[in-house]
Design a protein around this ligand. Structure first.
Ligand SMILES: CC(C)(COP(=O)(O)OP(=O)(O)OC[C@H]1O[C@@H](n2cnc3c(N)ncnc32)[C@H](O)[C@@H]1OP(=O)(O)O)[C@@H](O)C(=O)NCCC(=O)NCCS
Length: 443
């Protein structure tokens, strides 16, 4: 019974995401290591599931370990320059053989549909083609990279035509030139280019680890482009002991470029974790690291449709005595005073600014961050936004009445004052005995 309840709860929580992703383009950039991992069968089932939910999918795949194996077997030494393979013409047959075989294997796996479900055997259309035009990478630092190429253009129209028919588009990391040459491409750079040209909603990379870690080994759930660039620069400088490897550097570099070119979210997931893709797309917190242009949360003025979310956030805090109780009706009439911190359509923070213009003062009230999201600077960001709003309203001071958060405010420049300092119109409930803290914001 409880299992069923859990399932119902899960399904309800996932349903808004199903609607959000329908008809949106998601590019999956899959490494050769991912393709040979035992969890890849589960990933293909999840791909089939996403396709059946109307997500427009492109799979860009690489073949580094498969090409390395083939070269080794044929006594050809693989060489790289700045993490790019130098593709000698004599290597090209092995490159093409690896991609051809992987493409057939992928098509076969996707043809299985969704096993153990009523959709087992339902046919997924998989298409591949000459979608990528390329040109030589050329000579870098005096080294000729041979048939290693870079993307010249992507046939967006052709790919979109296939989306109209519900097809999954498969793109190996090779590109063609007008003169009929074939170039070997990096799947990370190609994935980013394809995502940008298709204006994808998301770009997803699969790696050996569940996203990126900080120096304490903790998962970094979010990164801005700037943070990603710093992280890769640090990683490049001391690769051996930074805990970051070349593939992660390549993925993060491509992720940052894609974000700068307009992709709002790029995800770095583990190929070994069963269900990572579904967790990332259908839950609020996901599973790996997400790179975005800016912070994932958005602080904005509250709207009527936020009422339920605010009430859900503040009710437990009212019961614990942190906040003064507000009825739904009162909250609705005072919504214009509120700012909310929104993450994936859920309210995870709120703050009210009640102005007392005659005293050039504003009351910060109903200030809260969801317990699951505390200690990440959200309280600080909300307070900054409230201060900004107060300045725009020409208020000179901000005050707050609190029973349990005195020190938090003191550490942010508020000072303890007597209730006599409150604006004339502000009533003070002596029974609650809250501390009054005040801060000058506009001299
Ligand atoms: C106060 C509150 C909004 C801070 O949110 P937040 O997102 O965790 O804020 P930040 O990440 O910017 O700050 C976190 C820091 O504040 C500290 N902190 C949290 N609550 C505190 C309190 N009651 N007193 C002193 N410090 C506190 C944390 O320990 C943390 O510091 P640390 O990382 O050095 O240990 C949140 O704790 C909350 O919602 N509290 C309940 C509601 C409340 O008291 N509201 C104020 C009355 S209007």
């Amino acid at each position: 019974m409880s299992e069923m309840k859990e399932w119902v709860g899960w399904f309800r929580k996932a349903s808004p995401y199903i609607n959000t992703h329908r008809n949106k383009v998601i590019v999956l950039a899959i490494s050769g290591e991912t393709l040979q991992h035992s969890n890849f069968d589960n990933i293909t089932h999840d791909i089939a599931l996403l396709n059946s939910l109307g997500v427009r999918l492109v799979i860009v795949f690489g073949a580094r370990p498969q090409i390395d194996d083939a070269l080794k077997k044929n006594d050809i030494t693989a060489s790289f320059h700045r993490s790019l393979r130098i593709t000698d013409p004599k290597m090209m047959p092995f490159v093409l053989e690896a991609y051809g075989r992987l493409r057939s294997e992928l098509e076969a796996k996707l043809s299985m549909g969704i096993i153990n479900s009523p959709m087992h055997g339902s046919k997924i259309n998989v298409v591949s083609g000459n979608f990528v035009m390329a040109r030589p990478h050329g000579v870098s630092d005096g080294i000729d990279l041979g048939l290693t190429g870079q993307v010249r253009s992507i046939d967006v129209e052709a790919i979109e035509r296939h989306f109209e028919h519900g097809s999954v588009v498969l793109i190996p990391s090779v590109g063609y030139s007008m003169s009929g040459d074939i170039f070997n491409l990096s799947y990370e750079a190609l994935g980013a280019e394809v995502a940008v040209k298709l204006r994808a909603e998301k770009l997803v990379f699969f790696g050996h680890d569940s996203g990126l870690k900080n120096s304490e080994g903790e998962l970094l759930q979010e990164m801005t482009v700037k943070e990603a660039q710093l992280y890769t620069a640090k990683g490049e400088a001391r690769k051996e002991n930074s805990g970051i490897d070349q593939e992660q550097i390549n993925q993060l570099t491509a992720a940052a470029k894609a974000c700068e070119a307009g992709i709002s979210r790029v995800h770095l997931l583990s190929y070994a974790h069963d269900g990572a893709l579904l967790e990332e797309l259908f839950t609020r917190d996901g599973h790996g690291t997400m790179v975005s242009v800016d912070h994932y949360d958005q602080i904005r003025p509250a709207r009527l449709e936020d009422t339920n979310g605010i009430l859900e956030l503040i009710r437990p805090l009212e019961e614990q005595g942190f906040l003064v109780r507000r009825s739904r009706e009162l909250l609705e009439t005072e919504l214009d005073y509120f700012l909310v911190d929104v993450r994936d359509n859920a309210i995870i923070g709120c703050a009210g600014l009640y102005p007392f213009p005659e005293d050039q003062a504003g009351e910060l009230s109903c200030f809260a961050v969801d317990p699951a999201y505390r200690r990440h600077g959200r309280g600080d960001r909300l307070l900054d936004a409230v201060q900004e709003r107060a300045k725009n309203q020409n208020l000179a001071k901000l005050f707050v009445l609190t029973t349990q958060t005195e020190h938090w405010f003191k550490e942010r420049g508020f000072e303890l004052v007597s209730s006599q300092n409150l604006p004339g119109d502000k009533s003070y409930n002596a029974a609650r005995n809250a501390k009054v803290l005040m801060k000058t914001i506009n001299e």
